[in-house]
Design a protein around this ligand. Structure first.
Ligand code: ADP
Length: 243
């Protein structure tokens, strides 16, 4: 479904991504792990064109794009098939949960209000927020706000959802509800690429692990292999810290 080749990204003279290759098949749940500063967020931002790469190619559903010279039209065509869940939810403060989910469907996807409402309610039901359609973000816990953000992602019928540390801003007591929604999506076959420090999620829900270090992917393995047979010393150290 998604194949990235030789992705380079620098900020000034600082090379943050040093030629990454990765591929995601339909139904994959890929956990992107690695120490802080290794380039995980920058990778996600390049995949969703929030940053422009210095070089690299993206093959999405058989369409090939040069990441340096990609046009706005091409970006729009890929974004139609993807959704992004941010660390800090990025909800509109002055809109209800349902309005947060339907806004993009009405404005960007040009759905009728009725269709958008139906999709919005369905998505909120799916993340367990049927009772909160009319709640504003400040009336919701962090976990509920992140579930609204996941509902917003789902409502656009994406082929893949990118998650950038979706639980790292949450109080520990609220992490479980977000992870269990993500687990349910994974079980239903949603393709997901998840930057996370939640090793239990990576171990038990993802099928593939990518480990990043200093701007490079130094390991790509099945989750089982990654956790059961770590070979590289720096990965063993990392696992000792986080497991
Ligand atoms: P991670 O998500 O693994 O913690 P990041 O992708 O956030 O890593 O950051 C990788 C490196 O890129 C860090 O050294 C960070 O300081 C640098 N970086 C990230 N964004 C920017 C930016 N907008 N400008 C300059 N440097 C940046």
């Amino acid at each position: 479904m998604l194949e990235i080749k030789d992705l380079h990204k620098s900020f000034g003279s600082h090379e943050v991504l040093k030629g990454l290759d990765l591929s995601v098949q339909q139904g994959d749940v890929v956990a992107v792990l690695g120490p802080s500063g290794s380039g995980k967020t920058t990778l996600l931002r390049c995949l969703n064109f929030l940053e422009t790469a210095q070089s690299g190619t993206m093959n999405f559903d058989g369409d090939l794009f040069n990441l340096k010279y990609i046009t706005k039209k091409e970006i729009a065509s890929v974004r139609k098939k993807t959704a992004f869940v941010f660390q800090n939810y990025n909800l509109f403060r002055n809109k209800t949960a349902l309005q947060n989910v339907t806004e993009g469907l009405i404005i960007a996807r040009k759905l009728s209000k009725k269709e958008a409402l139906e999709k919005g309610m369905y998505a909120l039901d799916k993340v367990g927020l049927s009772a909160k359609y009319d709640a504003y973000p400040h009336q919701l816990s962090g976990g509920q706000q992140q579930r609204v953000a996941i509902a917003r992602a789902l409502a656009s019928d994406p082929e893949i959802i990118y998650f950038d540390e979706p639980t790292s801003a949450l109080d520990p007591t609220l992490i479980g509800e977000v992870l269990s929604v993500m687990r349910k999506l994974a079980e239903e076959g949603m393709t997901m690429l998840v930057v996370t420090h939640e090793m239990n999620f990576a171990r038990n829900v993802s099928n593939k692990v990518i480990f990043m270090m200093d701007g490079e992917i130094i390991e790509t393995k099945t989750a089982k292999d990654f956790f059961n047979n770590p070979e590289q010393a720096c990965i063993k150290t990392f696992l000792r810290t986080y497991l």
